[in-house]
Ligand binder design. Structure first.
Ligand code: SF4
Ligand code: SF4
Length: 295
């Protein structure tokens, strides 16, 4: 089972939920920080890092002496990362998405494969039992989805002989990185808070993820703050609320010390254990519903 923990805006408590869920998860689990621009899950889980590697993307390198300026590469590239201006061939490696198409279509073999560094992938183990993966984007690198895919590919390679549930800490928002982070998941857990900003961005996230047709459920953080608008929206959209985390100074203090809430506070351990059990039964019910609908 792969669960993506997502939110419409930053600061709603995704990492709080991810770290505590992984802490109480009843089966073998790997926590993955795909918020590669600002990873912070490691600050809470404090994993022992067992490996790291540089992630790269394939970019074209031109040998202009072979180029006939036929434009086949430029016409193919959807990202304007390679261009022909008269008798000048220009490449823009920072805009390249690494599809390799231009290299494949060049009739003169004037393009070969080079690399651009995306960042690094780190993996390890937290609390002796929680698998841990994260990506960290290189400073100055503009595109995070290729690194996110590299993290998931590395995870798949290392865990293919060891079945593990996966909990993804997704980047906030509704743009390309957020969509990429939830794509590999079986279900999406949306974290929000009952404030006007929380409600606004939560609706955007729900609407952005809805076309993916994945089951979505909600965790309300800082419950007791704000008003009931988020609850009303969940009811109107038939979104199950699987847990409420209270607006409580003790939680803020534990968070500020880099503690996993389910470890620091016994009542929070109960809340997250119930959330983990709730996710299990919710995903099972959603799966059964899909099977029935397909039959
Ligand atoms: S590899 Fe793909 S994205 Fe990059 S320049 Fe070539 S066609 Fe464009
Ligand atoms: S496809 Fe090859 S030969 Fe044609 S413009 Fe591009 S690099 Fe030059």
């Amino acid at each position: 089972m792969i669960i993506a923990v997502a939110s419409g805006k930053g600061g709603t408590g995704k990492t709080t939920v991810t770290s505590s869920l992984a802490w109480v998860w009843g089966r073998k689990v790997t926590a993955v920080d795909l918020d590669v621009e600002e990873p912070n899950l490691h600050l809470f889980l404090k994993p022992e890092i067992l490996g790291r590697e540089v992630a790269t993307i394939e970019v074209p390198v031109a040998d202009e002496s072979k180029c006939t300026y036929c434009r086949a590469c430029a016409d193919l590239c959807q990202f304007k990362a390679i261009s022909v201006l008269g008798s000048v061939l220009l490449t823009f490696p920072e805009m390249c998405h690494g599809c390799g198409g231009c290299i494949a279509v060049c009739p003169e073999k004037a393009l070969s494969s080079g690399t651009r560094e995306l960042g690094e992938i780190l993996w390890g183990r937290a609390a002796g039992r929680i698998g841990f993966f994260m990506g960290r984007l290189r400073v100055g690198e503009a595109m995070s989805p290729p690194l996110m895919r590299a993290v998931m590919a590395k995870l798949a390679g290392l865990t293919e002989r060891h079945v593990t549930d996966i909990i993804i800490d997704a980047p906030p928002g509704t743009s390309c990185p957020a969509i990429n982070a939830v794509l590999p998941s079986d279900a999406i857990l949306l974290v929000t808070e009952p404030t006007p900003f929380g409600d606004h961005d939560f609706r955007l996230a729900h609407q952005a993820f809805r076309p993916l047709a994945k089951p979505m459920a909600v965790v309300i953080n800082r419950a007791g703050l704000g008003d009931r608008t988020v609850y009303d929206y969940c009811r109107s959209e038939s979104l199950p609320i699987l847990a409420e985390i209270p607006f409580d100074r003790r939680l803020a203090e534990a968070y500020s010390r880099g503690r996993v809430l389910a470890d620091a506070l016994p009542d929070m351990r109960r809340v997250f254990a119930e959330l983990a059990a709730g996710i299990e039964s919710w995903v099972a019910a959603e799966t059964a519903r899909e099977v029935t609908a397909d039959a």
